[in-house]
Design a protein around this ligand. Structure first.
Ligand code: SF4
Length: 251
């Protein structure tokens, strides 16, 4: 185990002889010595730790449209980093080489300070945590967001939207400005292919984010024969209109 990346995990609670992780809606119950579903959090003698604080698998200065965000600071660039693993199990993942890789990673350690320096040094207007599921990098993201906001930079997440309301609140308080949520299909598709995920909890996170003033965009990667039926795509559109209040003026 590479101890460089180990930090106390946020949002943990004792549950009898186990620890519950409340970072994402899997809310794993983890035995001593065990790890959560995502393999990034480990119960060490009754304390939960994250194994990926500052563990960077990939990093790049990208146009904001590549995140993708189409209605948030168009024409700007976001300095983007990702880590390892995921809390979903989608078989079609485009970033499978990092999302299906369990820590301990072979990646480099990057402090939040250095990440923000690189953001400014590359002429970017903001940050983005992306590539793998950013919720798993909660603790590092919070430190990045606070620092970036204090420097006048924006902060974004490209996410599957399965963070808990508690985690989302922490992110918003730290300076999350926008998130792009990948809604992968209807309830049946998401439960089957993403391995036991409740898509209604994704929509709930989107709704909460909007209510708290976060800019939200929805993406769906259309996978032929999996989530390309009219009913699935109409259902997603219906959720956007009725649950999220449709599109913002000018979009
Ligand atoms: S982040 Fe999610 S998948 Fe990972 S240990 Fe916590 S609840 Fe489980």
């Amino acid at each position: 185990m590479n101890e460089t990346f180990v930090r106390e995990s946020f949002l943990q609670e004792r549950a009898d002889s186990k620890i519950r992780c409340n970072v994402c809606e899997r809310r794993c119950l983890i035995l001593s010595g065990g790890k959560g579903w995502c393999r990034t959090r480990e119960n060490r003698a009754g304390r939960l730790v994250t194994l990926i604080y500052g563990a960077i698998s990939s990093m790049a200065a990208n146009p904001i449209e590549k995140k993708p965000f189409y209605h948030f600071y168009p024409g700007s660039a976001a300095f983007t980093a990702g880590s390892w693993s995921c809390n979903f199990g989608c078989p079609w993942c485009q970033n499978f080489d990092i999302s299906k890789t369990a820590p301990p990673p072979q990646g480099q350690y990057l402090s939040p300070q250095r990440f923000v320096e690189l953001t400014e040094g590359t002429g970017c207007q903001g940050t983005s945590i992306s590539f793998n599921e950013p919720t798993l990098s909660l603790e590092w993201s919070l430190d990045v967001f606070r620092l970036a906001r204090s420097r006048g930079l924006y902060n974004t997440f490209v996410t599957n939207g399965y963070m808990t309301a508690e985690a989302l609140s922490l992110l918003i308080e730290a300076g999350l400005d926008a998130m792009n949520v990948d809604v992968k299909g209807d309830a049946t598709v998401v439960a089957k292919y993403c391995k036991g995920i409740d898509v209604e909890k994704v929509w709930a996170a989107c709704k909460l984010a909007r209510l708290r003033g976060v800019h939200v965009e929805i993406t769906t990667l259309v996978v032929p024969t999996v989530n390309d039926s009219d009913s699935t795509l109409h259902g997603i559109a219906e959720h956007i209109v009725t649950g999220l209040g449709g599109m913002s003026p000018g979009t």
